[in-house]
Design a protein around this ligand. Structure first.
Ligand SMILES: NC(=O)c1ccc[n+]([C@@H]2O[C@H](COP(=O)([O-])OP(=O)(O)OC[C@H]3O[C@@H](n4cnc5c(N)ncnc54)[C@H](OP(=O)(O)O)[C@@H]3O)[C@@H](O)[C@H]2O)c1
Length: 367
């Protein structure tokens, strides 16, 4: 069978050119099932976890014994996962969304060259689900329990061995406990990656780390999926999932929020949103590089790393003069965290103490 190469033509906030570029990148990556997968060496060197991936044998792309999949919740992540798994030889049989139109749109991204393309179903038509081995539940966190219960009603009591995985970082697999009576082993498989569109998302899923947890057959299946996707899996205790997910949100979503607050400051200096993003992004990129290659305290550069007392005083005065109390709060709290890192680095303690006092005063003035 020739290798699969395919693109997409959907909406997810991208122009056609960008999408075509992304799609061809995915195609390049996925063309040739017998190629060895790239091993992500730089992230491995920083990983505290034993990695599930290793340089793969030429047989790595053989079809999984669990090849038929239904994705329930064909949004950003569900569609990207369906696309990435289809390119690895999994048979995506059905995509389910709340609205029929969004399920149909998602199907366009999966595999237009498939002999039997996936069927689009809406949530209220779930009784028409075809038999599959694996259910990937990618509805929003708050809807996973309800989705599992609905799926349980559709499946009924059965001895057939099936697996259901959800993709939430915050919830454990217990939220789908209702599916166990239907013969399903349940688990969760959370990719530590930000997916905002299916094409780039499918590509990003390839090298991602996945937190896997749940019943043994389900975690075995999840690890298998991760390996087939070219990612790396690790596990944590179910009770720690909320804490784990707070870390993910702080790294991804909160970084975006922090960036937004910084662009607002540049807007006050007269830059447009676009200009602000353009000038700040390389700074963020260089920070990412430092984080990837240095220990944390060395990755910290700038005012707090140097202990520049007068500069901190100027920053605080500028923020106070703009009546940006939320941004001032963010600055002072993160400044206190930066001070801890600077201390680890052996920075002059007198300067750091003086900065700590300035920050405390600024926090006090907000109350
Ligand atoms: N996106 C990411 O970067 C990312 C990363 C890691 C993990 N996750 C996890 O993946 C899951 C899905 O996130 P997402 O960002 O892909 O969400 P999303 O883009 O909003 O997609 C949600 C999907 O679920 C359907 N849906 C929404 N509300 C529903 C309900 N009440 N009942 C049944 N179906 C419903 C939507 O259908 P309609 O489109 O028809 O409304 C859509 O197909 C979440 O558990 C999230 O934590 C996401």
């Amino acid at each position: 069978m020739p290798p699969k190469t395919f693109g997409g033509n959907g909406e997810w906030g991208k122009g056609k050119g960008a999408e075509a570029k992304s799609a061809s990148a995915v195609n390049r990556k996925f063309s040739g099932r017998n190629k060895r997968k790239k091993v992500i060496e730089d992230s491995e060197s920083l990983s505290p976890f034993p990695l599930s991936s290793s340089p793969l044998s030429p047989f790595a792309f053989r079809l999984s014994p669990f090849a038929s999949v239904a994705v329930i919740g064909a949004g950003r992540l569900g569609t990207a996962l369906a696309r990435a798994l289809a390119a690895r030889g999994y048979h995506i049989k059905t995509l389910v969304s709340r609205r029929a139109a969004s399920a149909r749109r998602a199907c366009l991204f999966v595999d237009p060259l498939a002999d039997t393309p996936p069927a689009a179903l809406k949530f209220s038509d779930m009784e028409r689900l075809p038999p599959v081995d694996l259910f990937l539940i990618t509805t929003p966190d708050d809807a996973i329990e309800e989705t599992a219960m609905r799926l349980g009603e559709v499946l009924g009591a059965s001895k057939r061995r099936r697996i259901a995985l959800h993709a939430s970082g915050a919830l454990s697999s217990d939220v789908m406990g209702s599916l166990r009576v239907c013969g399903c082993a349940v688990g969760s498989m959370h990719p530590l990656v930000s997916v905002s569109d299916p094409v780039a998302g499918a590509e990003a899923l390839g090298g991602a780390f996945y937190c896997v947890e749940g019943d043994r057959p389900a975690t075995g299946m999840a690890r298998r999926l991760v390996r087939d996707l070219g990612g790396h899996s690790f596990t944590i205790k179910a009770r720690d999932k909320a804490l784990y997910h707070a870390a993910a949100v702080m790294t991804s979503g909160h970084s975006v929020a922090l960036f937004d607050a910084a662009t607002e400051l540049l807007a006050r200096c007269g830059l447009s949103q676009m200009q602000a993003r353009r000038v700040l992004l390389p700074l963020l990129g260089s920070t990412y590089k430092n984080l990837s290659s240095q220990k944390l305290s060395y990755a910290l550069t700038g005012t707090f790393a140097r202990g520049d007392v007068a500069t901190v005083r100027r920053h605080l005065a500028a923020l106070q003069s703009q009546s940006l109390s939320d941004t001032l709060a963010i600055y002072t709290l993160l400044g206190q965290r930066s001070l801890q890192l600077a201390t680890e680095n052996g920075q002059q303690s007198d300067n750091l103490k003086e900065i700590a006092l300035l920050l405390e005063k600024a926090v006090g003035s907000r109350r």
